[in-house]
Structure formats: C-alpha cells, structure tokens
Design a protein around this ligand. Structure first.
Ligand SMILES: [Zn+2]
Length: 342
C-alpha cells in the first residue's frame, strides 16, 4: 500500500507523460556530452552518482539516460518512438525502477529516510533476475542521501559487483551525506546551477513572459525545476524570507519582524527550505568576494550585513541541519539556531 501511495505522489502519474528524449533538456551541456559519449561507446558505468544542487535537472537527466539505455534505436540518446521509449514515457517500463521516500502509513506523512527494507525488497530482491524486457535493469535512487547508513551498507555489495545487466543511478542534492564507501563505488557526475541565459529559454518553454518570467528566473536561482514545477511562486516568498533572516538575523531589534517569517518557513517542507538556504548563503558569499558586490543589490546588502565569518558559520550549521531534521528537531528552533547566531 505504502508503495502505491508513493507512486502517486513522487513518480509521474501514469497519465502524465515524462519526456525521454534529450532535446527539451536544458543546460548541463558538458554532462550531456559526456554521457552521450559513454552511451555511444557502451561504457556507462553501472553505478552512477548524479550530484549537485536541488532541482537543476539531475533526476530528469537520470531518467533520460535510463530511457536511452533501454531504447531499441541505434542512437546514443532515446529515440522517443520505439516501444521501449513509449513505455518509459508513460512511466510503465518494468525495468526502470524508482526508489524514493515512502509515505508512512501510520502518520500519512512522507518518511525522512529510505529504509533498508526498500533496498532489500525493491533492489536486492530483483537483482538475481535479469530484466523483463529491457537491456538493463535500472534503479534510480532519489534522493540518495535519504538512504540511512543501514540502507547504504546493504547496497554496498550490489554497487560494487552488480550483475552485468544492472544499472544504478543515485541522484543526490547532498552527496556529502552519503557514506564515503558508497560514493567511492560510483562514478560521480557533478551538476551546477543553470546560467541566466538558459533560464530565459526555460521560462519561455514553460510559457512565462515579462514580469512573471523575470520573477520565476530570479526565484529559481539557477534551478530550472523551480520554474517548470510552478513552485517559483512559493519559492519567491521563501527566498525573500530567508534573505531577510540573512540580512537582519544579527539585529535583535528586528526580531518581531523576523519571528512571523520563521513561523511561515517552519511550515514548509524542511528540505526545500534547507536547499534554498544553502543557495542564498552560497550566493551571498560569492557576492562578498566580487568587487562591487555582484549584480543583486539586496543580496550584496545581506552579505555585507553578515560578513564572511558569519556566512561561513551559517554554511557550517546548514551542513549539519539534515541530521537535525532527521532527528525531528523543531524546524522553527533550527532556523533560529542557523540564522540568529553570529
Ligand atoms: Zn527508443
């Protein structure tokens, strides 16, 4: 049952098609070229790790790579027309499997970890049998860093010596949280933020124009997924609030203004808040290192108000935040600890 619910919430529902071809995938030209060459030579490593910031397109490219590995046409990337591609596109290819966070049946909430049971039942349990119809049996694990230590350890052997037909693609926005033993067994493909010019093309493709496009691009902060999903409207608010925390967090007299912002942020998905907090902190540090403070006025102001030492302390505290989130530390308290301390 739990599995079915997750399917509905996380995987693309069967009725909604998911693109498999490489055209329509924006940005990351270097990574696309690298993977294209590996596909052409049949040299895609059986254990891949896609790492980099959230919502930049890692999962989307992982899926396109999976479709390409199954595609019947002799092209490096998926043709989008053969029976295999059509199944992948509809989300019903039996040999492309997703391992993600389940919904806890007791609480109705998404679990915070990928459990060892999932690794045993959904991965290891299938590895002894070859693919049903595809060339490969593909497991996309996303978010991979949500695998707890037990889950990761259970997968070590499979990652190191998989059967010839197995393909793992771990997708992670926080690869530092993976066990070094897992990370070292994978070929890592790193992703960065998408540049402004590409974001403009993406906004256009998402049907946005003028002021809306501008706002979507700015709140996406280099993460196209934010534009495509429409979550930029919430993201814009989230970013605004986090920027205020960054800029005024050390000024005690601003607390009455910041408190309701933290209340609102605490209601949001913790990982989305954390990802944005990491982004703006990195941007602020960049702004500080640039002469004249960089193009974004508000960001420069926030960066100056904090200074390099405080920004690096915030980055350290944010790096520890996932562990606190896992231990169910009150999100409101966590925000105070991260932003209201020097
Ligand atoms: Zn095809």
């Amino acid at each position: 049952m739990a599995k079915k619910k997750v399917q509905e919430e996380h995987d693309v529902p069967v009725i909604m098609e998911r693109p498999v071809t490489i055209d329509g995938f924006f940005g990351h030209a270097r990574q696309v070229a690298l993977l294209g060459r590996l596909l052409e030579k049949g040299m895609v490593s059986s254990s891949l790790l896609f790492s980099g910031p959230a919502s930049v397109g890692k999962a989307s490219l992982a899926f396109r790579l999976a479709a390409a590995l199954q595609c019947k046409a002799p092209l490096p990337w998926a043709c989008g027309r053969c029976p295999s591609c059509l199944k992948a596109q509809k989300g019903v290819h039996p040999d492309i499997r997703f391992i993600t966070l389940e919904v806890n049946e007791d609480t109705g909430k998404e679990r915070k970890e990928i459990l060892v049971r999932q690794a045993r039942e959904d991965i290891i349990g299938h590895l002894s049998l070859p693919p049903y119809e595809g060339r490969k049996l593909i497991f996309i694990v996303d978010p991979a860093e949500a695998m707890n230590a037990e889950t990761q350890n259970a997968l070590l052997k499979s990652l190191e010596e998989p059967p010839a037909y197995a393909q793992f693609i771990l997708v992670s926005a926080n690869a530092a949280n993976l066990l070094p033993t897992v990370r070292s067994r994978c070929q890592e493909v790193t992703f960065g933020l998408v540049p402004q010019k590409t974001l403009q093309t993406i906004a256009l493709a998402a049907g946005l124009e003028g002021a809306e496009a501008k706002e979507a691009i700015s709140s996406s902060a280099g993460a196209p997924g934010v534009i495509f999903s429409g979550s930029w409207r919430e993201a814009a608010k989230r970013r605004e609030r986090l920027l205020a925390l960054l800029q005024f967090g050390l000024q005690a007299e601003q607390y009455p203004k910041l408190a309701p912002m933290m209340e609102e942020l605490a209601k949001e998905p913790p990982r989305a808040v954390l990802a944005e907090a990491l982004r703006i902190t990195a941007e602020a540090r960049r702004a500080l290192s640039l002469k004249g403070g960089g193009p974004n006025q508000q960001m420069s102001k926030a960066a100056k108000a904090r200074g390099e030492h405080s920004l690096s302390r915030i980055a350290e505290r944010l790096a520890e935040a996932p562990a606190h989130i896992e231990r169910n530390v009150n999100p409101r308290l966590l925000l105070e600890r991260v932003f209201l301390a020097p």
